[in-house]
Design a protein. Structure first.
Lengths: 334, 334
DNA sequence: GTATGATTCGAAACCGGTTCCATAGAACAA
DNA sequence: TTGTTCTATGGAACCGGTTTCGAATCATAC
């Protein structure tokens, strides 16, 4: 077995407390003793057992990240941001990947309870009131990324406003027949698509453009399903001249279909996405950039702050949205 | 603070050993005592402190996953596989994301040393001899995914063979002017591009097709750089009629450029990738599927086995490669 | 009634650190 | 010289579990 602090103490002819002081750079050790201890450590190739240290200090130096299965690039990008910010800290990251509501609830309960982690970061998984209450009561600080609850710290996106911005952009370009294509609006997870839809409706209303139910389509997530839905939208007698997609992946699916149908983008069809994933840049997609990477970093910052000193009122940070115009939207001709 | 096992013992009027027995389903507890303990646990809302348990059992129920920064979809896909397999076990996953060789070496050293994790999974980061030696000596089982070292367990891909398969496919289609586009062949990380290049060369040789140095180009990774490199290849006086890309992302970059230059794929240019990421399917890319997801799952399986009983000779599992023909390759006309 | 064995259970040791507290000795002041 | 303060240090308690070991209890056998 690996050597323990007692082995070091014996070898250096000192007490274990002294060894501990040396390890932790406690000043009150004479240079002589310190050297003796250091050489003993060297000779035994000793490293302190982190678990024992965790038990006695009460800190695990670990933060738990609860995230939906890495099915969507946006989760991955947020996670990258988390990773980036965490790398500069002394904390490690345990990944809890949730595939269904049961997983989610289990992780929520498990982590908020006992001292497995020092802090919790939750990505795109809004807790219900009871769960939020638990987190708030628990003594492990929790930060939500891309989700909101009044009781908890959060880094969030104004999806309604983003939806409005996207739609307004299309309207500004002269479009009035504007389609909306998204994931199912009723999801057990984060209803961001629904909020974006609300923004879409709001923009229409504000510009006195009547909402046409037939221009709205939603279904399963993913590029393939988006293609299919786009086919349906574009096969209408009077198809939309522009489509706002609930996220970038779906927007890219629409572009796929447009190419397949030889509908030229943006001259014959404008498409705008939402998220600002990397593929949006590669495909020259106009989109609403919600600063995914930054959201991860900000979440970590907030959590680290919370770990320093638990604030009383939960901090809330809203990330700015940015319309990034590329080559999939342009003024309507005629 | 949360209640401890002693609180429960006091409340139930039993010794702590008995409480421990109840928690761990040890049989030798009378039904009566067991019930008393269970109700005490219930009333106090007690859960055992996992850190304390870890210290006394010596197991952390955690496995460390060392992976390059999630820059490439292939790492993410492998990680998903790991996640899938791990979800069915009792283990958690700590993610160590490495951005540079220094990170890598630190993590290698740190994790192999002390009991922070019960096992280590290393993705696409081949250790050098000294490091492999460390891992082999250490008492924490280690499995390499997409990397090989004779001293360690591994799940691996035959990149040379894959490169050969891809090239042979193009040759079978009648191509002889076959380009090779990849990442820099000298990388501090995993030299898979180099192996694939070797396979390419091998296939050419075996078919008596002279290798033309000007048909080979390599540079920085990523779709954007691939586009630029593709432009160079395709601007040649006698451009290749087919290109084998070192990975799918680069193949997609080539497709981007082809579209930009209005070179029709596959009629004017065949393109084959390597990896089998999801986007390959979406873009109808012919590729060599190396079963990324499965590699993650297999790595976990192997590691779990190793955790059960440390085998003496390191297990090696080679994943089959599969040519998936889609719509970016076709017989050369004329 | 005593010997034997099985069952149930608690005290205490242990895992490997950190930290409180008491003390020895040095340094300094009067 | 004596008293006081400060520094360096070790012993022991502690974190919260698991596990060993021995003892108490009970049933059964003789």
């Amino acid at each position: 077995m690996s050597p323990t602090i007692r082995d070091v103490a014996k070898k250096a002819n000192v007490g274990i407390a002294t060894v501990s002081r040396v390890i932790n750079n406690n000043t009150s050790v004479s240079a002589e003793t310190r050297n003796a201890v250091l050489t003993a450590i060297e000779e035994l190739d000793y490293t302190p057992n982190p678990i024992a240290r965790q038990l006695s200090t009460g800190r695990t130096l670990t933060i738990g990240v609860i995230v939906p299965n890495l099915t969507s690039p946006s989760y991955v990008e947020r996670l990258r941001g988390v990773q980036t910010a965490l790398a500069e800290s002394e904390y490690h990251m345990v990944l809890y990947s949730v595939g269904n509501p049961v997983d989610r609830d289990n992780y929520f309960k498990e982590l908020s309870r006992n001292g497995l982690v020092d802090g919790i970061l939750i990505i795109s998984l809004p807790p219900n009131d009871a769960q939020a209450e638990r987190f708030a009561q628990s003594d492990v600080p929790t930060v939500l990324i891309d989700a909101y609850h009044e009781q908890l710290c959060s880094v969030l996106t104004d999806d309604v406003k983003g939806g409005e911005m996207a739609t307004q952009h299309l309207i500004d370009l002269g479009h009035t027949k504007i389609g909306f294509l998204s994931e199912t609006l009723e999801t057990p997870f984060h209803p961001s698509s629904y909020y974006r839809y609300q923004g879409y409706r709001k923009a229409l209303t504000e510009n006195n453009i009547p909402f046409d139910e037939t221009y709205r389509i939603s279904g399963a997530s993913g590029r393939m399903h988006a293609r299919e839905m786009a086919r349906q939208l574009l096969a209408m007698q009077i198809p939309p001249s522009a489509i706002f997609a609930g996220n970038d992946i779906q927007a890219i699916g629409i572009l796929d279909t447009a190419r397949e149908l030889q509908i030229e983008v943006p001259s014959e069809l404008s498409v705008i996405g939402f998220d600002g994933i990397r593929d949006a840049e590669y495909t020259n997609l106009t989109t609403i950039d919600q600063h995914l990477h930054e959201s991860g970093e900000e979440g970590v910052k907030m959590l680290l702050q919370e770990l320093e000193s638990l604030s009383d009122s939960p901090a809330q940070k809203r990330l700015a949205l940015k319309l990034v115009q590329r080559n999939t939207t342009r003024p309507l001709i005629g």
